[in-house]
Design a protein around this ligand. Structure first.
Ligand code: IPM
Ligand code: MG
Length: 353
């Protein structure tokens, strides 16, 4: 299996280095994997003037799976829009057709106190958000900033075709079937035509999955319900921008955004695996970041692309063990636990493996 390793910017290189240590252990144990590293985001721009250099895209296309850190940083915010790091990330998602983004939120019991919500609200939480990743207002045309009637206007287009909704619906129903057989489709159909179509297609696809209870919720209510009573949800399916926002909110349910991995899959389960958090420029280069979301992303790689559930479990159990050992990076630290650095956390996971 070929893995393209794209560390990116900010804390990306530090957290990816810990995940690579985990992969090296698996390799030493006989896993037939090859890793090759390439720049993306600001690092891609610095290396060759493009946030998604041709060579990086080529490597990612040839790979079975991609491991990505994070992109972005304040020094790139004034570049022309097509040159900004985030565009590199959006382009690789689109180029590889990674339309289904799986963002699980799971609470490790020991971290209940690290969440800003009451422990009884979050304890036992196990939620999966399926976010459509290659459509919506992120990619819809036309888009831009232009002069109209003597002033600047900014505009984007929220757009979904029924085939785009249908394919992510099938992924979400499939996942719901393997979980609690409850799927909540989140949209804003009381206002947006795009959401109206989304909802219609969800209902059509639900006929193929009679065992799954499909419900519908407006996104504003979903945002409230996620922090009011998150355990009412099993699997959520939603569009690109609503999923972006709701998945950040759901990370707080699991103690810290530093804990949440993700998988972005195409039709053939080729995938890109990345933590859902960003590049955290404020703590970059200081060995403070939480590498667990990235390490758990490797577990998802084994689960979804390599279909090696035993290894996925092995990685997840190693993470459970270091949490049970009371080791904590700053973001999940609470009184009475032991604060460790990013690399120490990586070493502890390796030892637990
Ligand atoms: C995410 C991020 C990205 C997104 C940014 C960095 C472009 O927030 O993966 O959630 O909006 O999709
Ligand atoms: Mg986001």
């Amino acid at each position: 299996m070929k893995i393209a390793v794209l560390p990116g910017d900010g804390i990306g290189p530090e957290i990816v280095a810990q995940a690579v240590k985990v992969l090296e252990v698996l390799k030493a144990d006989g896993a037939r994997i090859e890793m090759e590293t390439a720049p993306i985001g600001g690092a891609g721009y610095d290396a060759s003037g493009d946030p998604l250099p041709d060579a990086t895209l080529k490597l990612a296309r040839a790979a079975d799976a991609v491991l990505l850190g994070a992109v972005g940083g304040p020094q790139y915010d004034t570049l022309d829009r097509p040159l900004r790091p985030e565009r590199g990330l959006l382009r690789i998602r689109k180029e590889l057709n990674l339309f289904a983004n799986l963002r699980p939120a799971l609470l490790y019991p020991e971290l209940a106190g690290a969440s800003s919500l009451k422990p009884d609200v979050v304890s036992g939480l196990d939620l999966m958000i399926v976010r459509e990743l290659t459509g919506d207002v992120y990619f819809g045309q036309p888009r831009g900033i232009e002069i109209r009637n003597g002033e600047r206007v900014g505009f984007n287009t929220m757009l979904y075709s029924e085939s785009e909704v249908r394919r992510v619906a099938h992924v979400a129903f499939g996942i719901a079937m393997k979980r609690g057989k409850k799927l909540c489709s989140v949209e804003k159909a009381n206002v947006l035509e795009c959401s109206e179509l989304w909802k219609e297609v969800m209902i059509e696809v639900s006929k193929d999955y009679p065992e799954v209870a499909l419900s519908h919720m407006y996104v504003d209510n979903a945002a409230m319900q996620l922090i009011r009573a998150p355990k009412q949800f099993d699997t959520i399916v939603t569009g690109n921008i609503f999923g972006d926002i709701l998945s950040d909110a759901s990370s707080i349910l699991s103690g810290s955004i530093g804990m949440l991995p993700s998988a972005s899959l195409d039709e053939h389960n080729k995938g890109m695996y990345e933590p859902i958090h960003g590049s955290a420029p404020d703590i970059a280069g200081r060995n403070l970041a939480n590498p667990l979301a990235t390490i758990l992303s490797v577990a998802m790689m084994y689960r979804y692309t390599f279909a090696d559930l035993a290894t996925a479990d092995r990685i997840e159990n190693a993470v459970k063990k270091v949490i049970a050992q009371s080791l904590r990076t700053g973001d999940i630290w609470t009184e009475g636990t032991q604060k460790v650095s990013c690399s120490e956390m990586g070493d502890a996971v390796v030892a637990a493996l």
